[in-house]
Design a binder for this molecule. Sequence first.
Ligand SMILES: [Cu+2]
Length: 132
Amino acid sequence: MRTTALRTTVLLLLLSILAAGCGPRPQASASGGVTAELSVSPRSAAAMRPVTVRLRFTDAQGGVVPADSLEVDARMTEMSHGAERLMFRSTGRGRYEASHVFSMDGEWELQVHAVVAGKEFTTTLPLRIGGE
Ligand SMILES: [Cu+2]
């Protein structure tokens, strides 16, 4: 009996940890003083149509900082199919833009790997495509 109760407690603890990681996340992510800001257009972005994804990096003072390198992969959070590489180009003043056709509607996340101000910067930004 004791063992069963303990197992139940451990299971509930694990479930609560998992649930805590499932809330809505902000569209900006900071690391080492650098913040990545994401915006997408159109607002009603949907799969199988071109979507414009914009990224911009700012430092702790809020100033825009350019990325020395930038690689972004989009993957669906609830699926195991492969990632899609987004091809960003600089549009000046520390702003980057990619046009991408997402293969499916659903919950995506952008995995950002950049070098900003000489430092490695990695973050994950949530992105919902379609379904609204
Ligand atoms: Cu999918």
